[in-house]
Design a binder for this molecule. Structure first.
Ligand code: FEO
Length: 407
């Protein structure tokens, strides 16, 4: 496996082929925890790994240099998937000084006993010379935690971007041009939607700062390293940061006795017949991770639930709670669903859409027990309405693009 980014700059992380659950995120393709070793007159380790794999990291470092020769350990992000192994690493590297920003020092102090660690606090604009190469630090608060930062090596045009531009993707390949690009982009989008989406505003600021850097290579803390498709991933981040919609409609539903299912299919059929890409998602045949990823760039969402105990079905509730936390913007939508003797399901969906500041295109479509022909006609009309709305987005994009902004 090629692990060399530049002369004497190497990947020393861990590929976790078997993990399938990352605090609720379905990691169908596993994950990687990337760490990098920069050897110069001084040697710096950039980030560590999740704690169970700290000894694998130390083994990888030991293959390249003596552990006593590591001078600095840069912590770009205190979350345990990158800094969980920090205590073991600081113990095993006796001459290393921890390099991090002020907030990171505090966060690490909450996770570990840091009392014996030598620490160098840095802030945006600070530099640290390693000899021929320099580390420059750029704080990136809320991408993805308050203490997060980038480390940049100007002499190599190389950016260590921690979570940003990452993917949960276990692979034998370390670089974007060795791996299948469609898969890498799909995983980058899934990662953005499920981890980074709530911080779109901060991502937009980070992209502005990154645009001032001369970057040839981006080495994130997860997944493959970008060296041939840097422009593509930066452009994708620009679109995702704004939840820039595509002309695409989602019909997401959960159903008790298939009444809401019938309504979903009627909406979906009418949208598809109008020539718009429409996806029908039965919540119980999908999962939160996939649904959030599809919502990220959808123009319109029809969301349906049968009524249970005057509210939505439990899995529909889980999806709505998850989406409200992630806060996707620039969506138009409508609610639908069935009820028996008391209303509640579609009304609750409608409220949640409004809470997310989506443009709600009409009042909820309701069916008592079974959808009548008239209700199914309403659903088909709603499907056509969604298609028209999505077509507006298509023409905006063709015209050079309404880049919708976070309200
Ligand atoms: Fe990969 Fe925010 O940790």
């Amino acid at each position: 496996m090629n692990t060399t980014l530049r002369e004497n700059i190497d990947w020393v992380g861990y590929v976790d082929w078997t993990v399938r659950d990352f605090h609720g995120y379905n990691t169908d393709r596993g994950a990687t925890y990337n760490a990098y070793l920069v050897r110069d007159e001084k040697t710096a380790l950039i980030d560590t790994v999740n704690s169970p794999f700290a000894d694998r990291l130390l083994h990888n470092i030991g293959e390249l240099t003596d552990l006593t020769s590591v001078d600095y350990v840069v912590c770009n992000h205190a979350e345990p998937d990158h800094a969980g192994g920090m205590a073991r690493v600081m113990e095993a590297l006796p001459n290393a000084v921890l390099v991090c920003d002020k907030k990171c020092e505090a966060a690490l102090g909450r996770h570990h006993d840091t009392s014996g660690w030598k620490t160098l606090i840095v802030a945006t604009g600070d530099t640290l010379s390693l000899g021929r190469r320099t580390l420059e630090f750029i704080e990136t608060p809320m991408v993805h935690w308050p203490e997060s930062m980038f480390t940049y090596i100007p002499e190599e045009k190389l950016l260590f971007s921690m979570d940003a531009f990452g993917q949960h993707y276990a692979s034998s390949q370390r670089f974007d041009d060795d791996a299948p690009l469609c898969t890498v982009m799909e995983e980058a989008k899934t990662y953005y939607a499920n981890i980074v989406m709530p911080f779109g505003r901060q991502v937009a600021k980070v992209l502005e700062r990154a645009a001032k850097l001369d970057i040839e290579m981006i080495a994130p803390s997860h997944g493959v390293i970008w060296r041939s498709h840097v422009a593509e991933i930066v452009e994708a981040y620009g679109n995702w940061a704004r939840c820039r919609p595509k002309p695409k409609v989602l019909v997401i539903y959960d159903t008790m006795w298939d009444s809401t299912g019938q309504m979903a299919r009627a909406i979906h059929e009418a949208t598809s017949e109008a020539g718009i890409a429409a996806e029908l998602i039965n919540i119980r045949a999908s999962n939160l991770t996939k649904i959030a990823t599809e919502v990220l760039d959808a123009a319109c969402v029809a969301f349906g639930s049968s009524t249970l105990n005057q509210g939505v079905l439990p899995m529909a509730g889980a999806v709505l709670t998850y989406l409200k936390g992630l806060g996707p913007v620039n969506k138009a939508g409508l609610a639908f669903g069935s009820y028996g003797w008391s209303k509640g399901g579609p009304e609750a969906v409608d409220e949640d859409m409004k809470a997310m500041k989506w443009e709600v295109l009409r009042e909820p479509i309701r069916a008592q027990y079974r959808p009548t022909a008239a209700v199914l006609g309403e659903c088909r009309a709603a499907g056509r309405m969604l298609a028209e709305k999505a077509k507006e987005v298509a023409s905006d994009r063709k015209a050079g693009g309404r880049v919708c902004v976070d309200p």
